[in-house]
Design a protein around this ligand. Structure first.
Ligand code: SF4
Length: 889
């Protein structure tokens, strides 16, 4: 098999660009790689023309993406309708990156069809390469040091023939597997209509589920403690990585993928998968619904992954857990390890999961659909979805699960040799740092010590000497940690080694203790013991929920201490009115260390978002090691015409006082007065909805308090009804609903409402302020994070020591500008939307600040004037009034 030669996309592409968009802005391309390449110039990417609305009856069953040179799709990349020019450019950039095995940073503003572009470009690329051995044949492992090149005495043609033979055999094996999967899925499609149409499990299954969980709820009804005692053969000190005994070895465990139903493949042969990750379940559902609109929905298989909280179908477990994810996990795992109480929805063997596998892959399902499918089949959706991962062409997963290697492994997701696409990647660094940080309280430490002491006393005669030694070391470590927390009175940030030194425990090795805990499953056994013999208060009272084992929290903390010293810090915080108890927190400082396995192993990596600006955080802080992969950056413009966006800076108040809104200026009544006047004047000319972002809740209270004291708030309310972002998350929906209703009911030209929101709070991300909800977004000041924060100081120090002072300063500015960009990106959400973005602070004229704005906004702003004072506020208001007059219907 000879890999296909790259060729350019047919020149006819421009003819297919949406004719309704004649004035589209030009694509902004920075550091774009060599011209996008596409394989098979003469071969269409799909075998037939199909409408995305019509079911594909002609190819019922999983149409293998063989390529038919005699038919053509009307739109490039198999797009379901004519794409915009910027979508074509984005898909070209994406395809080029996949061809090159590069790291692509792709920016496509909200409303420009980013998801559809990602789907069509990645799956058309997969179709193009369906029989390309360079993809499905894993590269051979690197030769051990000292090994030499193949003997030069073997002629090249012999080596080539051997390679060709291997590729042919691999393709043949792979095609057998593909056919086997496809036959199952075809059969499932035919059976789909006859599936029981019930929304809930049968009465029998429900009573069985209730019976199964009963023993877990009524502890103390058996004298058999065997499952609480530590095994002695679990842990080989010479081989700490040896597999442990526990639920993961049972059906549904991470490494349980025996399957006598599908043909086995040679280990170095497998289809390349597209692993798509986004931040939340609703974003994944959104993506999956877009996938369902394309022709690829029936040509490729897909599966979405979520936690047990979303996919468990055992109503007894769900009722007991009351929506708490951790408790669903614990109850499920307890059922699996119980000898007497098995979950009735978890089949006894792998074959029992296959009906779910087949039906799940037979069509595109979002997470809710998968839950409903499990209920109809009476098969656990959580384990069923995991079972389907190996056969799916596209796997969708929350990115917190993807970046955490143990979770990723447990879900059976591999990044090796696969294409990894991380959407909404602007939060990636924060999510990685959060996923790798662990907090343990003084109460956790104390309670674990007490529980473990009683456990040891009860089972002393039944524990092996080796277990007793390890538990003694653990008790000593807990006691030393407790002593440290009691003796320390002020907040302290310590390198890990320094923290361990402060514990004064020469004879205890925390690293080997962490391995012991992982292998022995002591936390689970201790938790079972506590649930059985201790009262509720001892089990968890004061520390957290009863089902959360304090030892498992301490174990997570201990595991982090095994990371390289430079990658993290231990932050001690004394008890405060908020926390009530002292806390130790492991802070991850180096996200790159936790991300580099993905960078290294993925065939190609795509980080996408509406805006990734400023991207230096990603390139320098997350991707310093690229393993020879090239980074390409592509930022496409917005689909809205220039006339639909007005972006401007307000450098001074109406009284010509320069606006440099630092923290101290929010305490200055004269400046507060000036800022309030600016908001008041803007509200006069902005129709309908206006969203005003401030740096913090504290500033919001200062500003509104000042306006309330005079008559400024009353004057503002005469123009627009005033809303403010609530601190409590549960109030958010009500505020947004009332805000939208008020705008909707407005009859006067400049009536409507103004919504004061806080940067980095709930409304600055994930809320869609389209159309009348935000005809103007105002940003007051630059929301720089508080440099007094110990955590931030440590992060900056880490970057300064590992890179440079300039890099640390850049990182600090980026923290601010990423928040600004997310907030101002709330406006303009589709092609026909229009809005103004008003940045109130003279520092927005600074080149280093301006350069970090999204390109599509920065390019439409006026160049900075020679002097800030040369732009009177009246001029800004006049321009704004003109902008809205031009859009008046
Ligand atoms: S096996 Fe599945 S259905 Fe049963 S408790 Fe666990 S997650 Fe729920």
């Amino acid at each position: 098999m000879i890999p296909r030669q790259p060729a350019g996309w047919p020149a006819s592409t421009s003819a297919t660009v949406n004719p309704r968009a004649p004035t589209l802005p030009q694509v902004t391309s920075r550091a774009l790689p060599a011209p996008p390449v596409r394989k098979n110039l003469d071969v269409p990417i799909v075998s037939k023309v199909e409408s995305h609305d019509e079911p594909d009856t002609a190819t019922d069953g999983l149409a293998e993406p063989t390529l038919d040179a005699h038919s053509r799709v009307p739109f490039p990349f198999g797009f379901p309708f004519p794409p915009y020019a910027i979508q074509v450019d984005l898909m070209r950039a994406m395809t080029a990156a996949l061809d090159e095995g590069a790291i692509a940073l792709l920016e496509s503003p909200t409303g420009t069809g980013k998801s559809l572009s990602l789907i069509c470009s990645s799956l058309s690329w997969l179709a193009d390469n369906w029989d390309n051995p360079a993809l499905f044949l894993s590269p051979p492992p690197p030769a051990p040091d000292g090994d030499e090149e193949p003997s030069p005495t073997v002629p090249a043609w012999v080596r080539n023939q051997a390679r060709q033979l291997k590729a042919d055999q691999a393709l043949s094996a792979l095609q057998d597997l593909r056919l086997a999967v496809r036959a199952r899925i075809d059969a499932a499609r035919q059976r789909a209509a006859s599936l029981p149409d019930r929304q809930r499990p049968s009465k029998r299954a429900r009573s069985s589920a209730a019976a199964s969980i009963a023993p877990l709820l009524d502890v103390g009804d058996t004298d058999d403690d065997d499952d609480l005692i530590l095994d002695d053969h679990f842990f080989d000190e010479d081989d700490p990585g040896a597999p442990s005994v526990g639920p993961s070895r049972r059906l549904g465990g991470a490494d349980d993928d025996d399957d006598d139903e599908l043909l086995p493949l040679p280990t170095d042969v497998r289809d390349v998968q597209i692993v798509y990750a986004s931040r939340t379940h609703s974003q994944i559902n959104q993506f999956v619904r877009e996938l369902a609109k394309t022709q690829y929905a029936r040509r490729f298989t897909s599966i979405s992954l979520a936690g047990r909280k979303h996919l468990c179908i055992n109503s007894a477990v769900l009722d007991k857990a009351q929506g708490h994810a951790g408790k669903v996990n614990d109850l499920c795992l307890d059922l699996q390890k119980s000898a007497t109480a098995r979950c009735p929805y978890l089949p006894a063997d792998d074959a029992g999961l296959m009906p779910f596998h087949d039906h799940a892959l037979a069509q595109v399902h979002d997470i809710e659909d998968l839950g409903a499918l499990g209920t109809r089949l009476g098969i656990c959706s959580y384990y069923g979805a995991r079972r389907a991962v190996a056969s799916a062409n596209l796997v969708a997963i929350p990115y917190a699960s993807l970046v955490h290697a143990p979770t990723r492994d447990a879900l059976g997701v591999s990044v090796a040799n696969n294409v990894v696409i991380i959407d909404e990647a602007h939060n990636l660094i924060d999510v990685i740092n959060a996923a790798m940080s662990v907090t343990v309280s003084g109460a956790h430490v104390e309670r674990t010590f007490n529980q473990l002491t009683r456990y040891t006393q009860k089972y002393r005669t039944r524990l092996s000497a080796r277990n007793v030694v390890h538990i003694k070391h653990l008790l000593a470590l807990l006691a030393a940690t407790h002593k440290f927390m009691k003796a320390t009175t002020a907040a302290r940030m310590l390198p890990v080694n320094q923290f361990l030194f402060a514990l004064e425990l020469d004879h205890v090795n925390p690293h080997s203790l962490a391995k012991y805990l992982a292998a022995s499953q002591l936390a689970r056994k201790l938790h079972g013991f506590v649930n059985k013999y201790e009262d509720a208060a001892l089990a968890g009272g004061g520390v957290g929920a009863k089902h959360v084992s304090p030892l498992s929290v301490f174990e997570s903390f201990l595991m982090k201490l095994a990371a390289p010293d430079a990658d993290g810090r231990v932050l001690f915080t004394p008890a405060s009115p908020e926390t009530k108890v002292p806390q130790l927190q492991y802070l991850s400082l180096n996200p790159a260390a936790h991300f580099e396995d993905i960078v290294r192993d993925a065939r190609a990596l795509v980080l996408a978002s509406g805006t990734l600006a400023p991207i230096t955080d990603l390139t320098q802080y997350l991707l310093p090691n690229r393993f020879g992969k090239e980074i390409v950056h592509f930022a496409c413009g917005h689909i809205v015409p220039d006339k639909n966006l007005a972006a401007m800076v307000v450098p001074a108040t109406a009284s010509r006082r320069e606006m440099k809104l630092t923290m101290s200026s929010w305490n200055d009544p004269a400046m507060l007065d000036g800022v309030a006047q600016v908001v008041l004047n803007l509200a006069t000319v902005v129709p309908r909805g206006m969203v005003v972002f401030v740096p913090s809740f504290g500033v919001l209270e200062q500003l509104l308090g000042h306006m309330r004291n005079g008559d400024l708030l009353t004057r503002l309310e005469r123009r627009k009804r005033v809303f403010q972002e609530p601190r409590e998350a549960q109030e958010l929906e009500k505020t947004l609903r009332e805000y939208a209703q008020h705008i909707d009911s407005t009859t006067t030209e400049n009536g409507g409402a103004v919504l004061f929101s806080v940067v980095n709070a709930k409304m600055s991300e994930g809320i869609n302020f389209s159309d009348d909800l935000a005809r103007c977004v105002v940003m007051l000041g630059l929301p720089f994070p508080n440099k007094a924060s110990l955590e931030l100081q440590e992060k900056l120090a880490f970057i300064e020591s590992s890179r440079s002072r300039a890099a640390a300063n850049d990182f600090y500015i980026n923290l601010c500008m990423r928040a600004v960009n997310q907030s101002i990106g709330r406006a303009i959400r589709h092609a026909n939307d229009y809005a103004a973005i008003v940045l109130c602070d003279v520092r927005y004229y600074q080149p280093e600040i301006r350069a970090k704005l999204p390109g599509w906004i920065a390019e439409r702003m006026d160049p900075p004037p020679p002097a800030a004072g040369s732009v009177p506020f009246g001029t800004v208001v006049g321009r704004l009034a003109r902008f809205f007059r031009e859009h008046r219907v």
